[in-house]
Design a protein around this ligand. Structure first.
Ligand code: ADP
Ligand code: MG
Length: 459
């Protein structure tokens, strides 16, 4: 069968198994370059697509090929051109591309250094040293697609803005800056700006003071890619929101790309004008989750490999088991572990050194303790907190008790209801939701919870 026909048939079968966006993303520039009786060779645009297809879709691809040509037993991939979209996964094969990129960085000329500095980018954040796993795959795929689009100067419309959110320390800044650095590497003529939102706000404030607003807007409107990190800091800053809105509109109208990050999705950023919230969420919103144990191990191994350091497997596993929520903390532990192991050569000693950076399992606490601490904090008798009274001053402490019984003790809604004055589970659910809302809106309430938790665990 002719290559083109075989490929078209295969794409049709793939449509039964994969979503349209998936096919558009991964198979757009793929074609058959060669087929033998048992093997098909596909040409793919870059190493990133190659590894993705190999790891994720090779089985599906093979079975789709077999629908047209049952004898095909293997699918191979070759990279069609050698542009530098060399984002890859954690495999060891990567070191050659990392070296290439290091070599590239070491050859940077003075004007280029200045260009980089004015972009605000930190060159240490690259795709080469970014580990990809299920936890960040979608965010990464979007970042890679944007990088491809801008560096190929394609006019194709792509989601705009890209909005990436996650808890702290999970790689937002790294990923966002990697887009910028990769673009500067590939296409030196592109103007990229990276700025954390608090810095953007300070610029706006000083521009207001110097009556220089139009200049700042003009300057921002000249960028091909604008990256604003931690956009949740726009909350409550009305003037900055207004300037951001103007820049956003002008850039997007010109087809320029905007990439944003935040610690939460757009719909729960407080004190944001509605028109801004809808812009933030109007492109692609994607999150980064917590990496799994295996992914944490892969991250640790990659960091060691990059620094040409080694640690015994049991220490690597130990760190991965104990630090789950924050990659920055994993890095901190790793530095400590390497120093300690180099000097002591002992797993036990290294473990001791890590004691204060690892997450210890939470002490088991009783519902009575939670209720007692809330009651002490507000100086309201337990009986009243648990009563049926609807007095205003009782509502917040009661909701807080419900929240803590779920978060810290892990009780079900029904058992919480039984402990808190025999309420039904829908009342409890409502109470917890209210406490959560309060937590997001009100910094003081957040502090209160921290103080109470401190007492619960340490008294
Ligand atoms: P965030 O902006 O979400 O708080 P950062 O991007 O600052 O997180 O990441 C914290 C640290 O963890 C950085 O040093 C970063 O290089 C590292 N890191 C985060 N994600 C990854 C990843 N997927 N691969 C390698 N390093 C990572
Ligand atoms: Mg960050």
């Amino acid at each position: 069968m002719d290559n083109t026909i075989l490929w078209q048939n295969t794409l049709k079968s793939l449509e039964q198994k994969l979503s349209k966006p998936s096919i558009a993303t991964w198979f757009k520039n793929v074609s058959i370059v060669k087929q033998t009786e048992k093997e098909v060779v596909l040409s793919v645009p870059n190493i990133f697509v190659k590894e993705w297809l190999q790891n994720k879709f090779s089985q599906k691809l093979l079975s789709c090929f077999q629908q047209s040509s049952p004898d095909i037993k293997r699918v191979k991939f070759v990279i069609s051109n050698n542009n530098n979209n060399s984002a890859t996964t954690t495999s060891k094969k990567r070191s050659s591309s990392s070296n290439k990129s290091k070599a590239k960085i070491s050859k940077i000329s003075q004007p280029e250094i200045e260009f980089r500095q004015s972009s605000g980018l930190n060159p240490k954040y690259t795709f080469e040293n970014f580990v990809i796993g299920d936890f960040n795959q979608l965010a990464y795929a979007c970042a890679a697609a944007i990088t491809r689009k801008i560096s190929s100067s394609s006019k194709k419309r792509i989601y705009n803005p890209l909005f990436v959110y996650s808890k702290v320390g999970l790689g937002k800044t790294h990923l966002l800056e990697a887009i910028g650095n990769e673009i500067i590497n590939i296409k030196k003529t592109k103007k990229v700006k990276y700025i954390p939102c608090p810095n953007f706000t300070s610029q706006v404030i000083s521009a207001i003071r110097n009556q220089d607003i139009e200049n700042i807007i003009k300057n921002y409107n000249s960028f091909d890619l604008l990256i604003i990190d931690d956009i949740e800091f726009l909350a409550g800053k009305e003037k900055t929101q207004e300037i951001f809105f103007r820049i956003f509109n002008e850039l997007t109208e010109k087809g320029k790309q905007i990439v944003l990050s935040s610690d939460r999705p757009p719909q729960v950023i407080e004190n944001l004008e509605e028109r801004i919230r809808s812009r933030l969420g109007g492109g692609m919103v994607t999150d980064i989750n917590q990496p799994s144990f295996e992914e944490r191990v892969a991250i640790i191994e990659k960091k060691l490999e990059d620094k040409k350091e080694t640690l015994p497997k049991e220490i690597i596993d130990f760190i991965a088991q104990h630090i789950k929520k924050n990659i920055r903390e994993i890095e901190g532990a790793l530095v400590k572990a390497v120093i300690s192991y180099e000097t002591t050569r002992s797993f036990e000693e290294t473990k001791k050194q890590l004691k204060d950076v690892i997450e210890t399992p939470k002490k088991k606490i009783s519902p009575g303790k939670v209720i007692g601490c809330v009651s002490d904090f507000y100086d309201i008798p337990q009986k009243e907190i648990l009563s049926q009274s609807r007095k205003k001053e009782l509502v917040t402490p009661r909701q807080l008790v419900m929240y803590l019984l779920r978060e810290e003790v892990g009780l079900s809604l029904t058992s919480i209801g039984m402990k808190v004055g025999n309420r039904d589970h829908t009342t409890v659910k409502y109470g917890i939701r209210k406490a959560e809302e309060n937590l997001r809106k009100n910094r003081e309430f957040l502090n209160t919870i921290e103080v109470i938790k401190e007492r619960i665990y340490n008294t």
